[in-house]
Design a protein around this ligand. Structure first.
Ligand code: NAD
Length: 252
């Protein structure tokens, strides 16, 4: 099991879906989990569930696309716990997206997706890196997407934002490596969560499964162990990498 005991771990967008699963796995492994989301009631519910299982967690309402919100949120974590060890940049406009041809995407929607999915990762990484640099140890784990490997039509803004996350991770890895901070991307395949979404129809889901080397549905638990590993000391010499976790659909 990856050692993350007593690490202070901030997970964005952790009120539902993959982030919620990661929050539970970190808490089960002894980490102090900061459950952050723009959706405050959802974050609080996850914290209540973690505490009910005797885990340690705190809810942090934060809009990753808002500089003041991120700055204040990370300050609050450092004030409460004295440090921040791990940041999982998971928040994204994803399950609420409507599929549309590239020339029908309203420009305001394009900008919003880039703002949350890419600028949000930049802002959280920027403010989290300061306390990590002070302690000389840190992990930044960015949730990108395996759609970047394949390209997929009808949500080019989303795919572009997730490709940007990979470039950002590689360059930040270069800047932050000397301070003991690693920066890596995880690229999930289409993963079933408790949230219904329009982006994958049942027929498309079956087609995606047939493309996998391991032909079954992907679950959040398939990703959680990889994220925990990246957060651990075992991954201390691994940085700037993009780990595709899609059951062997793409090999890059
Ligand atoms: N589920 C999949 O199939 C899949 C596949 C590849 C990549 N991903 C990526 O994994 C991550 C999690 O996916 P998911 O399925 O749980 O998505 P989801 O849409 O169910 O959850 C996203 C979470 O982010 C939060 N959020 C949205 N905007 C925010 C903002 N401005 N500030 C803070 N929080 C905000 C939402 O409230 C929500 O809790 C996302 O980055 C997504 O792009 C998911």
């Amino acid at each position: 099991m990856a050692h993350v005991d007593k690490k202070v771990v901030l997970i964005t967008g952790a009120g539902q879906g993959l982030g919620r699963c990661f929050a539970h796995r970190f808490a089960d492994s002894g980490a102090i989990v900061i459950v952050s989301d723009i959706n405050e009631p959802a974050a609080k519910q996850v914290v209540d569930d973690i505490r009910a299982g005797s885990g340690e967690a705190m809810a942090l309402p934060m809009d990753v696309a808002d500089e003041e919100s991120v700055c204040a949120g990370i300050d609050e974590v450092v004030e409460n716990y004295g440090r921040l060890d791990v940041l999982v940049n998971n928040a994204s406009i994803f399950s609420t997206l409507k599929m549309r041809p590239y020339d029908e995407i309203p420009v305001a929607e394009w900008r919003k997706v880039i703002d949350v999915n890419l600028t949000g990762v930049y802002l959280c990484s920027r403010f989290a890196a300061a306390p990590m640099r002070e302690s000389g140890w840190g992990r930044i784990i960015n949730i990108s997407s395996a759609v970047v490997n394949m390209g997929r039509p009808l949500y080019v803004h989303y795919v572009a934002s997730k490709a940007g996350v990979i470039g950002l991770s590689r360059s930040l890895a270069r800047e932050l490596g000397p301070y003991g901070i690693t920066v890596n991307s995880v690229l999930p395949g289409a993963t079933d969560t408790e949230i219904e979404r329009d982006t994958v129809t049942p027929e498309q889901r079956e087609a995606l499964i047939r493309m996998r080397s391991i032909p079954r549905g992907e679950t959040p638990e398939d990703l959680a162990g990889v994220v925990l590993f990246l957060a651990s000391d075992d991954a201390s010499f691994l940085t700037g990498q993009s780990l595709t976790v899609d059951g062997g659909t793409t090999f890059l």
